[in-house]
Structure formats: structure tokens, C-alpha cells
Design a protein around this ligand. Structure first.
Ligand code: DAH
Length: 338
């Protein structure tokens, strides 16, 4: 019987080492220590032994039982760890690995609008907002554009059913600004504007302007030129030459078209400036006395300048974009370049 027990130790060790999972180790435990297990069977046969033999075999089998239990526990622990490691290896994921999502980018119009705002804020300008659904009174009449004025023709208007309209320019914010401020003041008003136009490479029905207005005592054209040069040098990141040509807008007198020296050829003449050496960039002028009056400001005491920057035009010049329709397109190859 002692021999059987010694042999059993060998068999047990071999089988336990062969177990590849906690389940298999459990089977080995049942085979030896279970109710019908090999060791249990041996113990059942003890009743036929002499008392001396029984003591000896009993001690040996108890030692074996302890030993088996300890070995099983150790084996289980090892196999459990192996199991977890296997699972970890199978389910491992590198969370830093790019998931295939494309990185977004700011729209070029937003990029330049932000820069223009920063530049004017650094010069002490306030940033105002105004309604996109506007009264005819603010979009036209108070800006010195009465109902029969030909200037209305150049701004084909989307009329709303309640008599309001979608603002055709940001200039009505001049009037809101004058009515809510007392001079001296200076502000810009960035925003969307709408025109009922056929869309082509240089025309859109929806685009962006940044209106600007400065009112104080003794404001002159020199202040206007200085502010515009500061803006353009900041945007184009180099010294930009500007010139003023006469331009007509009912809400300014005198009114100007501000040109910049062609950034491509430096003024020598090229295909971008159509050999002229200059590019038309921005209408502006000295605020018309009627407009100041409509804003509750005495033109005898105060004067001011105003400008209406076409944002898309500026962005197109800055980045050399030749089709305004790209801004409302969905081509990510275009949008991720800026
Ligand atoms: N509001 C004009 C337009 O959209 C542009 C403009 C011209 C604005 C002259 C101004 C200005 O402030 O002084 O056509």
C-alpha cells in the first residue's frame, strides 16, 4: 500500500504538470482527491490493515493529501496568471494608435477673421454684433440710401415676408453702434451678409464682411489710412503699400476704394493685378454727416471714418485662392491647408 501511495505521488505530479488550464487542474484534483479519487480509494481500503500499518499508511496519506492540495493551489495560481496574460495579449489595444479619424482644421475665413479681430482689439476697438435679419430702415434709409436710390440696385436684396430683409452688408451695425454709444468710440462688426446674386468664381449669395467705424473729434483720412495699413501689415505679415481712389457710397463723403500694391509682383504688373500693379481691396470713407445725424451724433462736433472689409476677398488674396465657391464647398483637401 505504501508503494501504491509513493507511485501515486509520481502520477499526480505528472498529470498536474500536464494540466494546461485551471479547468484541467481541477480535473486532476477530482481524479485524486475527489470522492471517488485515487487517494480517497486507498484510504477506504485501510480498514483491512493492521493497526500499525494503518497508522503508518494514514500518516503517509495525510501528508500526500496536504502535499497534493498545496501543489494544486500553486498550479492553479500559475495557470490563472497565464490565463490572464493570454487574455491581455489577445485583447491588447494601443490607444495611442491613430484611429482613422481625420483631424479638423479651422475654416480659412475663420482664421483670418480671428486675426483681423485681434489686430483691431490691439488698437483698442470694440467688437460689435448685429442682426442678420434687419430692418430696411437700418440696412438702407439711415445709411443715406432712400427707397429710390440707385445704390439699392447694386445690393440685390433677399426680402423677408414680414418686410424685413437679410442684411446686404454689415454697415447697418454702424447705425446700431452710433445709437448705443456716445463718442468717442471705435468698433468693428464682423458678420455674414446676403445678396440675391448669381454665384460664380467671384460672387456668393452669402459671404462675410467686417465693418469698422471710428468717431471722435478731428478724425481725418490720415487716421483711416493708418488703421488700414496696420491691419494689412498684420494680415500679410509684411509692409503693404496702399492708395486711395475716389469711390462712391451714399453713407460716406468722401468715399474711397482702398487699393494695395500687388503682393505677387510688387507693383510691376502681373496676371493677378491684370498688369495694373494694384489690387482693389476695401471700400471706405469719411462718415457722411447725414449718417452721423441718424445715429444721434452732431457732425459739427464729431467726424469719423468707416470701412467695409470683404473677408473672403482678403482671404483669397492672402492665400492665393481664385474661386470664392471653394469656401462653401466640402472638399477637405482645401480646408485643411490653412
Ligand atoms: N457696405 C458697403 C458694401 O457692402 C461697403 C462699405 C463701403 C462699407 C464704404 C463702408 C464704407 O463702411 O465706408 O458695399
Amino acid at each position: 500500500m505504501k508503494e501504491r501511495l509513493e507511485k501515486m505521488r509520481g502520477e499526480f505530479t505528472a498529470q498536474l504538470n500536464g494540466a494546461a488550464s485551471p479547468e484541467e487542474a481541477e480535473k486532476v484534483r477530482v481524479a485524486f482527491l475527489g470522492k471517488k479519487g485515487a487517494l480517497t480509494e486507498v484510504l477506504k481500503g485501510m480498514k483491512d490493515l493492521t493497526p500499525d500499518e494503518r497508522r503508518e499508511v494514514g500518516a503517509l496519506s495525510n501528508t500526500l493529501k496536504d502535499e497534493f492540495e498545496k501543489l494544486i493551489a500553486a498550479r492553479m495560481a500559475t495557470l490563472g496568471r497565464v490565463e490572464i496574460e493570454k487574455q491581455l495579449a489577445a485583447e491588447w489595444q494601443d490607444i495611442s494608435w491613430p484611429s482613422g479619424l481625420k483631424r479638423g482644421a479651422a475654416h480659412p475665413v475663420a482664421v483670418i477673421r480671428r486675426r483681423v479681430k485681434d489686430i483691431f482689439i490691439s488698437m483698442g476697438f470694440e467688437v460689435l454684433d448685429g442682426p442678420e435679419m434687419e430692418e430696411e430702415e437700418f440696412n438702407f434709409n439711415k445709411l443715406n440710401i432712400p427707397p429710390d436710390h440707385p445704390a439699392r440696385d447694386s445690393q440685390d436684396t433677399f426680402w423677408l415676408t414680414d418686410g424685413k430683409l437679410l442684411r446686404t452688408h454689415t454697415s447697418p451695425v454702424q447705425v446700431h453702434g452710433m445709437l448705443s454709444h456716445t463718442p468717442p468710440f471705435k468698433f468693428i462688426a464682423p458678420g455674414k451678409v446676403y445678396r440675391n446674386e448669381a454665384v460664380d468664381a467671384s460672387h456668393e449669395h452669402t459671404f462675410h464682411q467686417i465693418e469698422g467705424m471710428v468717431v471722435d473729434k478731428n478724425i481725418s483720412v490720415a487716421h483711416l489710412i493708418y488703421s488700414m495699413k496696420t491691419l494689412l501689415t498684420g494680415i500679410f505679415e509684411k509692409e503693404v503699400e496702399v492708395r486711395l481712389r475716389p469711390g462712391f457710397f451714399p453713407f460716406v463723403e468722401p468715399g474711397f476704394e482702398l487699393d494695395i500694391k500687388c503682393l505677387i509682383c510688387g507693383g510691376k504688373g502681373c496676371s493677378v493685378c491684370k498688369q495694373g500693379g494694384w489690387l482693389e481691396l476695401m471700400p471706405c470713407g469719411m462718415v457722411h454727416p447725414n449718417v452721423l445725424r441718424h445715429g444721434g451724433i452732431d457732425p459739427e462736433e464729431f467726424s469719423g471714418f468707416a470701412f467695409g472689409l470683404g473677408l473672403e476677398r482678403l482671404v483669397m488674396m492672402k492665400y492665393g485662392i481664385d474661386d470664392i465657391r471653394l469656401f462653401h464647398g466640402a472638399d477637405l483637401r482645401f480646408f485643411t491647408q490653412f
